[in-house]
Design a protein around this ligand. Structure first.
Ligand SMILES: [Cu+2]
Length: 503
């Protein structure tokens, strides 16, 4: 049988003369060492009994993404085997800015059939990930784990990577178009020729931009408006109604089963690679210890449920009870019942099917955990040399998202920063939706929530819930032009994006 995969492999290997974009800068080690090849490919996965064509970032041996160790250089060649340009961002790493993987800011995308080389020292270990920053490719699962081992890893501990994702059979471009149309739906002035798009509206769920209004009378229109799970006074969540939620590319109908030792130790590396969806990660009857967020160590926090906003990572240590047992690790969508997950199985215990919906909806993510996190290695105390306030803003009509009411475009002036400065970013969420804010090229420390100062987690993505004010601090120690944006894919694409530049 000639599988699609075989065809793809042939397609990729036929790139005999790839255009090598010399993008790698001097690295500190073995210039002669061969880079790890990461191929951007198309592949098929099965979701809800249907075949879906998605992307993948894989090594030639089939390994998704990359596992390496601190002290080594990051030496990678990305080969673009899909039929459109792409560029991969190393989420959470601090490369030279030309290697950061943001089209138009760090450099041009890799053309179809081309490749690009990367090389830079790895300053720290932890749980990171990689994803396309080109267009809406991330929604089609152009994502993979990026794990950097360091001295924290224990030889007696089993590492289990769990990558969470949201999935829709509707093409991302259509999802985005539906979101943009949502205001006309709210007004209920039925657009001419809207019949086709009306049926597609079931793919998106209206947030506040389309709350039922007095002018809405049609019951069929009412049906399109999914109920506000968090209630009228709660935040607006989950703009997009997904067909499935995946853990390591699988649903709970056919979850990944990970064999573990009875009484053994496991470290879960949870990566929320979703485009739009935040989860509560539940350990069931297992006690967990949260030891790191976004790759950076925190003072350990015990618990059985931890929040993971879009793009965030959680390292959770669990000790398994002696004897046989099956232990689901479940991620439940915030504000909803839907969930996904994997199952740890010790000693050949039987595995029972777990419904892909919990009995009750989960609450929206809040900042309670964020407030209680304390960095193990905080930034050195220092007064800020410069403070930038970023009001997170949005026009509900037309799905317009912005920062300080500016919808980003290439002419938007970057925020000024000078090398060597301690910079504080004040995020003020003036919208009814939560925004996970991500700074490229630097780790930052959460230092204030709603005027309460504390020595919070060092990380690269912080959730700012509606009405809240969250302050992060970072040292401007990596000159370049860096993206700073909401990590909700359609917010980012709609303009909730800006940059910091010091070169
Ligand atoms: Cu956002």
């Amino acid at each position: 049988m000639l599988s699609r995969r075989a065809l793809l492999a042939g397609g990729v290997s036929s790139l005999a003369t790839p255009a090598i974009l010399a993008r790698a800068e001097n690295s500190t080690d073995s210039a002669g060492a061969a880079p790890t090849i990461l191929r951007l490919e198309r592949r098929n996965i099965e979701v809800n009994g249907k075949t879906a064509s998605v992307y993948a970032i894989r090594q030639p041996n089939g390994t998704f993404g990359l596992t390496t160790e601190v002290g080594k250089s990051f030496r990678v060649r990305v080969e673009n085997g899909i039929d459109e340009p792409s560029l991969i961002h190393w989420h959470g790493l601090t490369p030279p800015w030309r290697q950061d993987g943001v089209p138009g800011i760090s450099g041009p995308p890799i053309p179809a059939g081309g490749s690009a080389d990367y090389g830079f020292p790895l300053r720290f270990g932890g749980t990171f990930w990689m994803h396309s920053h080109q267009g809406l490719q991330e929604q089609r699962l152009m994502t993979a784990p990026l794990i950097i081992h360091d001295q924290r890893d224990r030889p007696d501990e089993r590492e289990v990577v769990v990558m969470l994702a949201d999935f829709s059979f509707t093409p991302a471009e259509q999802i985005f178009e539906n979101l943009r149309k949502s205001d006309s739906m709210a007004g209920m002035a039925k657009p001419a020729g809207a019949t086709a798009s009306m049926s597609k509206m079931s793919d998106t769920k209206m947030g506040s931009m389309a709350k039922p209004t007095g002018s809405m009378t049609s019951t069929s229109s009412m049906k399109m408006m999914a109920p506000m799970s968090a209630g009228e006074s709660g935040p607006d969540l989950n703009d997009v109604k997904y067909d499935a939620f995946l853990a390591n590319f699988r649903t709970l109908a056919d979850p990944e089963i990970v064999k573990v030792e009875p009484g053994g130790r496991v470290v879960l590396r949870i990566i929320n690679s979703s485009s739009m969806s935040a989860f509560h990660v539940g350990l069931g009857e297992l006690d967990g210890v949260l030891i790191a967020v976004d790759g950076f160590e925190v003072e350990p926090i015990r618990g059985r449920s931890f929040p993971a906003a879009v793009a965030q990572r959680l390292d959770i240590r669990v000790s398994l009870p002696p004897g046989a047992g099956a232990y689901p690790v479940l991620a439940q969508l915030e504000g909803e019942r839907e969930r996904t997950g994997i199952i740890l199985v010790a000693g050949g215990a039987p595995v029972t099917q777990i419904p892909d919906a919990a009995e009750t909806p989960s609450p929206p993510l809040n900042l309670d955990l964020e407030r209680s996190l304390r960095a193990k290695k905080p930034l050195a105390p220092r007064k800020a040399d410069r403070v930038h306030t970023l009001n997170l803003t949005g026009e509900m009509a037309g799905y317009v998202w912005s920062i300080n009411n500016v919808v980003w475009n290439k002419d938007t002036p970057p925020l000024a920063v000078a090398e060597g400065e301690r910079v504080e970013l004040v995020f003020v969420n003036q919208t009814p939706m939560p925004h996970p804010m991500h700074l490229h090229g630097h780790e930052f420390q959460v230092v204030e929530i709603d005027s309460e100062r504390f020595s919070g987690a060092v990380r690269d993505t912080v959730l700012v819930t509606p009405g809240r004010r969250v302050v992060v601090a970072f040292d401007a120690n990596n000159p370049g032009w860096w993206a700073l944006h909401c990590h909700l894919l359609y917010h980012l694409d709609a303009g909730m994006f800006t940059t910091i530049k010091y070169v």
